[in-house]
Design a protein around this ligand. Structure first.
Ligand SMILES: NC(=O)C1=CN([C@@H]2O[C@H](COP(=O)(O)OP(=O)(O)OC[C@H]3O[C@@H](n4cnc5c(N)ncnc54)[C@H](OP(=O)(O)O)[C@@H]3O)[C@@H](O)[C@H]2O)C=CC1
Ligand SMILES: O=C(CO)COP(=O)(O)O
Ligand SMILES: [Zn+2]
Length: 350
């Protein structure tokens, strides 16, 4: 008997463009939600856009989160108990969006994502990534009911956050290679649709890297659209597989070994250069990944990430231990081989 079931949860409305923050109320109205909104934001986006958001709703409440942590999720749930919102609106970067996403799941209400930076694909996905101690938990949750991404705001945000978003997308290229490898060697469930969408998104960004420039609204638009595609690919797959392979394992290890030194997207970008080399050897496309990152002003070396060579090698050699996800690093890479790949790709000087 045929027993497969596919349940894909996707945002219903995705609005990307010039001044679309002014259309947030209308986009939310179109979702037929009831009750008052609780706006979950952090200090800077609250200052930049909080009033414009509040002005579009009756009786809105606001919670300002300062850090991404499980304690912040619990605190937000307590606020929600007092406020009794019908839904949450997450306004800001990954920090308030992840907190709102997780709290919305626990509270069994929907949430709307209003990113003010294009820093990684978590701003549109159904996954929260919350640090706790020296580990990072990747938690499944429902994706946003709608995404409203104002490219005017995002184009004005710090450029390094946008280049991190680009690098997170470029890393999908190796994530899909790892996923296919896992399908071949471990019969891991694989979605052709999600794999193709994710890969195409990364390819498009690599091809158009020279057109993505600071302060340009059109560039913000290209990057946000790519982040949306990547989030959709994860929703189709029902996991982060299309966007998270060995390069993400290395980045998650760097978060433990060298916390707070570099942005998530920048770390996965540098790691992706090396995992592409491991997949395809010296004649593979690792230099196309490196060149696209460089074109976008994203780091391509350990030094560019602000981490020392020993930290990078420690992350490479231990990345396979942190998660049960089959990748090119399955079984681990020894120190000698790690130094070899990092040196051959110019990530360390050797
Ligand atoms: N769900 C997922 O798949 C993933 C989630 N993450 C998580 O996301 C978080 C990191 O994401 P990131 O977006 O960098 O985090 P933040 O939300 O902390 O945003 C980054 C910085 O940008 C500021 N900011 C936000 N909007 C603007 C703007 N329009 N102009 C100027 N500054 C602005 C914030 O200020 P301020 O703090 O003052 O508000 C903050 O200092 C981490 O918590 C990480 O764990 C990372 C990768 C994947
Ligand atoms: O960052 C992500 C995709 O870009 C999420 O992946 P993880 O599941 O590894 O946290
Ligand atoms: Zn990522």
């Amino acid at each position: 008997m045929f027993e497969k079931t596919t349940w894909i949860k996707l945002p219903r409305n995705v609005l990307v463009g010039h001044d679309v923050l002014n259309d947030l109320g209308e986009a939310v109205g179109d979702l037929y939600l009831t009750g008052r909104p609780l706006i979950v934001t952090s200090p800077t986006p609250n200052e930049i856009a909080g009033d414009r958001v509040r002005a579009q709703f009756d009786d809105p409440a606001t919670a300002v989160v300062e850090e991404a942590s499980f304690a912040a999720v619990e605190e937000l749930k307590e606020t929600a108990e007092a406020v009794d919102p019908g839904y949450l609106i997450a306004l800001g970067g990954g920090k308030p969006i992840d907190i709102a996403k997780m709290a919305a799941d626990h509270l069994d209400v929907g949430f709307v994502s209003v990113p003010t930076v294009a820093s990684h694909d978590g701003i549109v996905s159904g996954r929260s990534s919350i640090p706790e101690g020296d580990t990072r938990h990747s938690v499944a949750a429902d994706p946003p009911l709608a995404v409203v991404a104002d490219t005017t705001l995002i184009a004005d945000a710090p450029w390094r956050l946008t280049t991190a978003g680009c690098a997170d997308i470029i890393s999908n290229y190796t994530a899909v290679k790892d996923w296919r490898l896992a399908r071949r060697l471990r019969n891991v469930e694989y979605s052709e649709y999600a794999g193709a969408l994710s890969e195409m998104t990364a390819e498009l960004l690599v091809e158009n890297a020279d057109m993505i420039r600071p302060g340009l609204e059109e560039s913000a638009w290209v990057v946000v659209k790519a982040l949306v595609s990547s989030g959709v690919a994860m929703s189709i797959a029902g996991s982060s597989r299309p966007a998270s392979g060995a390069e993400h394992l290395i980045s998650h290890q760097l978060d433990r070994i060298a916390p707070g030194k570099a942005l998530h997207g920048h770390q996965v970008g540098v790691a992706s250069i090396m995992t592409e080399y491991l997949h395809s050897g010296e004649n593979g496309r690792w230099n196309a990944i490196r060149d696209a990152l460089a074109e976008l002003d994203a780091p391509t070396t350990a030094a560019g990430l602000g981490i020392d060579d020993a930290e990078l090698i420690a992350a490479l050699t231990s990345a396979h231990e942190i998660r049960d996800r089959y990748t090119i690093l399955q079984g681990g890479i020894n120190e000698e081989a790690a130094i070899e790949v990092a040196t051959a790709t110019g990530v360390i000087d050797g």
